[in-house]
Write a protein that binds this ligand. Structure first.
Ligand SMILES: Cc1cc2nc3c(=O)[nH]c(=O)nc-3n(C[C@H](O)[C@H](O)[C@H](O)COP(=O)(O)OP(=O)(O)OC[C@H]3O[C@@H](n4cnc5c(N)ncnc54)[C@H](O)[C@@H]3O)c2cc1C
Length: 289
């Protein structure tokens, strides 16, 4: 199934994002998590592509296994980091041969020891170049790309960031999944900016339930997302109490999801961090009558 064909059919799209575990125990845990979340009937699940292309093999292996052995539709993330065109082409060929129909085409973050992204020799400098390459090579994938409600960390001018997104969409994107955000007004303003700039593809909001205060502070600092003051104050007040942080995180994400869907978002992409309880809890609340 190509993801764009599922958008707007049979209710909102729901997807769960996982990362390839580094250890056999992590992998065992991931399959338990997938088993628990499959009961929620996601539209698809996606598997990230580790920094520096470090999980290339694992990403391909996992999407194939989840699609063919477990029977859930998948999307493989793919980045431009540390790879030339021939290496990226080889991954795309493997995905095609394995019957994978959806790819999230990303530039990727610079490796830790590099302050800025450097175009690999014979490689791509922007996600739009990767998208154009996939299209020119004639691959049949549905292609998603990343969008940033608060602007990308390297481009805090939101208008410019949207113009860059338009270039990426024009290169052949079918849909966009957003970076995590905690204030829905950022998402709706992003949608308005995108529509004003002639971007018509679906813009799927990405939601990360907060389960750990320290972790979310690190993530948001890295990806440039803002924790609204009122939410930060609620979290800070219970910072040592993990269960209370989780409760606040689940409450906040549930309110966000309800509002997003009520105001026309095409679905929700959950950043699960390879854990099921928070996503499950939100899902159950969304579907409680
Ligand atoms: C849903 C989602 C999933 C992700 N999954 C992964 C993953 O699996 N692995 C991973 O490593 N990272 C992942 N990321 C993070 C992503 O790789 C980083 O945010 C990265 O820094 C930018 O990637 P991009 O594809 O958005 O890049 P691009 O779209 O290329 O944008 C990068 C920067 O360049 C600017 N730009 C774009 N085009 C131009 C141009 N023509 N001229 C000048 N400036 C331009 C943009 O404004 C932006 O600041 C994910 C992000 C999201 C939102």
């Amino acid at each position: 199934m190509r993801i764009p064909d599922a958008i707007g059919r049979n209710g909102p799209l729901y997807s769960f994002e996982f990362f390839p575990p580094k250890t056999p125990q992590g992998e065992e845990n991931l399959y338990r998590v997938i088993d628990s979340l499959r009961q929620l009937h996601p539209t698809f699940v996606s598997v990230t592509y580790g920094a520096g292309g470090s999980t290339r093999e694992k990403t391909v292996e996992l999407v194939c296994r989840i699609k063919h052995d477990i029977g859930i539709e998948t999307m493989a993330h793919l980045t431009c980091v540390g790879a030339d065109q021939a290496e990226i082409d080889a991954v795309l060929r493997r995905l095609t041969a394995a019957g994978i129909e959806n790819v999230l085409a990303l530039r990727g973050d610079p490796p830790r020891d590099q302050p800025t992204f450097v175009r690999p020799a014979n490689g791509f400098g922007f996600a739009s170049e990767l998208v154009g390459f996939i299209r020119r090579q004639g691959y049949p994938f549905a292609i998603g790309g990343a969008g940033y409600p608060e602007g990308h960390v390297e481009c805090r001018d939101r208008e410019q960031d949207i113009r860059n997104l338009k270039l990426k969409v024009d290169a052949g994107l079918d849909f966009v999944i957003t970076q995590l955000f905690f204030d829905n007004e950022d998402y709706f303003a992003f949608v308005d900016r995108a529509r004003t700039h002639g971007i018509t593809v679906p813009l799927v909001p990405g939601i990360m339930p907060i389960t750990n205060f320290g972790q979310i502070e690190r993530f948001t600092a890295m990806c440039g997302a803002r924790i609204p003051d009122a939410l930060r104050a609620r979290l800070a007040a219970v910072a040592g109490d993990d269960a209370a942080v989780r409760r606040i995180g689940i409450d906040h994400a549930t309110v966000q999801c309800r509002d997003l869907l009520a105001r026309g978002a095409p679905g929700i992409h959950f950043y699960t961090l390879n854990q099921s309880p928070a996503t499950r809890a939100i899902f159950e609340r969304l579907h409680a009558h």
